[in-house]
Design a protein around this ligand. Structure first.
Ligand code: NAG
Ligand code: NAG
Ligand code: NAG
Ligand code: NAG
Length: 583
């Protein structure tokens, strides 16, 4: 599961989860030999069947050769790429804790990652167990004993103490692996390595490519979002794990009658791959504004497996195959519904972020056959300029391989953000269209032109040269919410003018029109005082991210470098494949 992020700020990154996950052998305990130390906490532990927050523990792998040092929370925060990665991983884990819950009965009190059989011979090349190349500390492993042909068994390694109070263990490793070198745009990739007896993922590794963590084009919130995406793959949103999802007809808190789901994906009559489980099908129907259930949620075609939502339908969801920045990404209700369908988690649906793309657009939305026919203003035709659908950016009408011929307004390569003051005009510069770049500015389709451009005030109106009729294009103007779904706009030097969603308005002092988008701005507005409200068109997480960025402190110099320089290709190669050097 790769996340490829092109280093340019507005560029889109791609995730190649399936390639990584396929290279990892998924281990699960043998039911015939229950591990004595692989205990499950008692049902009565908390005195109830209430699901408990999913306890995701991060564990920093310092060095793949020697054991990673156990880093208690708060340690190892000296700055540099490793601290940034660990802070992002912890924040992502914490965010998921409020969204997914585990079941007390399922949670092993004493997580030991690997169970190994009896050996008669120790392979001299054996270097220990690893998960996606990250060496697992012996303390997390069950021990092993040699059983020679003659003589008594010899205990080589006793059982490690394991890990307490953990439902999922995420090994965090900052490295410069051959994958990072081979694909310079990869930020991070992850895989799940261990399942429990009900096939629920227990442990995985996320590898951050070191060079990106100190790149100024990636914000902390971008890295957290990348981490969430990878973590969700490792927790079960994966083409390799879909077939292991469980159906629990007796209700989510009664585990006895769960069985592996009969069908999770299927191909519809047009060849589109769908995830067909009940919660996602209902969630998509709700999103598209149709009653009942949709036939399923389309998945992106990616070779033999598919671990992402179809981008035409679910643009902006955290689980599409491309990532174009935290600001444009949502942890949406359909993705959370998938975790409910996995049968391994209970989901806190109130924690989902609304997905603006395609909302209320009906079942025909996002089809290759309809997107070019002007059926939806989420799509565009031609190659003109307009606004990205979130209205934070100007955009140009374009396509990409995931859109399969459909076109949408994608942010420009440079200076497209209306919310960035520094994209604005320097003082004194001509601003004929009265644009304002400001944290509260948004992109509007408009062709406003100032009357005052050529100091015509003294002339008779009939003497003013008729302006050349200008096409509507994306421009930045200030907005403020007045109530949910209602807002006012302002251009340079004007008063606030009410913007009626779905209507074109005029602004005194300017010729031309400004189109007020419907259903896109001020949708989450709750407050009454627009002046003191936070930027309401942004997801609440964006503010959370900024806050924690300050708490984490400024990134230091590239501290992780010297430790990484020591890693030779030979060591990496030896550890990449677990199966390569067995016992
Ligand atoms: C569910 O999510 C909401 C919104 O994020 C949060 O306030 C609440 O505490 C969560 N509930 C649980 C049980 O974690
Ligand atoms: C599990 O299934 C059996 C057989 O269908 C049924 O008798 C039992 O009540 C179920 N258990 C629960 C807790 O629903
Ligand atoms: C973006 O535009 C500004 C001003 O137009 C220019 O100075 C800058 O070099 C451009 N950056 C890129 C990456 O093209
Ligand atoms: C602005 O665009 C509208 C709609 O395309 C057009 O009718 C109008 O003439 C344009 N106005 C100016 C001043 O360009």
């Amino acid at each position: 599961m790769f996340l490829l992020l092109l280093v340019v700020g507005t560029a889109v990154s791609r995730c190649l989860h399936d390639e990584t996950q396929k290279s990892v052998t998924l281990l699960r305990p043998h039911l015939s030999q229950p591990a004595p130390s692989f205990r499950f906490s008692a049902l009565t532990l908390s005195g109830s069947h209430e699901p408990q927050p999913l306890r995701i523990r991060t564990y920093s792998i310092r060095d793949p050769v020697s054991d990673g040092a156990w880093e208690p929370e708060g340690a190892g925060m000296r700055g540099g790429p490793r601290a940034l990665a660990l802070a992002a991983a912890r924040q992502a884990a914490q965010q998921l804790q409020g969204m997914l819950t585990g079941y007390p009965k399922m949670a092993p009190a004493h997580l030991q990652i690997l169970t190994l059989g009896r050996c008669s011979l120790l392979n001299p090349g054996y270097k220990g167990e690893s998960c996606l190349g990250a060496k697992i500390p012996d303390a997390h492993l069950r021990g092993y004993t040699l059983w020679p042909e003659h003589g008594p068994p010899q205990l080589v390694q006793p059982d490690g103490p394991g890990i307490q109070d953990t439902d999922f263990l995420l090994y965090v490793w900052v490295a410069h692996t051959s994958k990072c070198r081979g694909e310079p745009s990869v930020i991070a990739y992850a895989a799940c390595c261990q399942l429990d007896s009900e096939d629920r993922p227990l442990a995985g590794t996320i590898i951050y490519c070191a060079q990106h963590l100190s790149s100024p084009s990636l914000s902390h919130s971008d890295i957290v979002m990348v981490t969430l995406h990878e973590l969700l793959h490792a927790l079960g949103f994966s083409g390799q794990l879909f077939k292991k999802w469980r159906d629990c007809p007796s209700g989510p808190s009664v585990r006895e009658n769960c069985s592996t789901r009969q069908q999770v994906t299927r191909r519809d009559e047009w060849g589109q791959l769908l995830l067909t489980t009940p919660a996602v099908s209902h969630s998509l129907a709700r999103h598209l504004g149709v009653p009942g259930a949709s036939p399923g949620v389309p998945l992106e075609e990616e070779g033999t497996l598919s671990s992402h939502w179809e981008a035409r339908l679910l643009q902006g969801s955290i689980m599409t195959a491309t990532f174009d920045g935290a600001r444009r990404t949502r942890l949406d209700p359909i993705t959370l519904a998938a975790f409910e369908d996995s049968g391994w988690y209970r989901v806190n649906h109130s924690a989902a972020e609304e997905l603006p793309w395609g909302q209320g657009s009906g079942l025909e939305f996002g089809l290759v056959t309809t997107c070019g026919a002007g059926s939806s203003d989420f799509f565009c035709t031609g190659s003109g300029l307009g606004c990205h659908y979130l209205h934070l950016d100007k955009g140009s009408c374009s396509s990409d391989p995931m859109l399969e011929g459909c076109r949408m307004y994608k942010p420009l390569a440079n200076g497209s953000e209306c919310w960035k003051k520094e994209n604005g005009f320097p003082p004194g510069a001509e601003n004929p269209h009265g644009e304002i770049y400001h944290s509260q500015s948004r992109c509007f389709l408009a062709n406003l032109t100032s009357h005052l451009l050529r100091e015509d005030e003294t002339r008779h109106p009939s003497e003013i040269p008729h302006p050349v009729e200008a096409e509507l294009t994306g421009r930045c103007y200030l907005h403020q919410c007045t109530e949910r779904g209602a807002y006012e706009v302002r251009a340079e030097g004007t008063a606030w003018v009410p913007c009626l969603p779905g209507k074109a308005i005029q602004i005194p002092g300017y010729s031309g029109l400004l189109l007020c988008p419907r259903g896109r701005l001020c949708q989450t507005f709750k407050g009454t005082n627009a002046v003191t409200s936070p930027p309401v068109s942004l997801p609440p997480q964006a503010l959370l991210f900024q806050l924690s960025l300050q708490l984490a402190g400024p990134p230091g110099p590239s501290v992780g470098k010297e430790e990484l320089d020591g890693l030779t290709e030979a060591v990496l190669q030896a550890l990449v494949s677990r199966g390569g050097t067995g016992r």
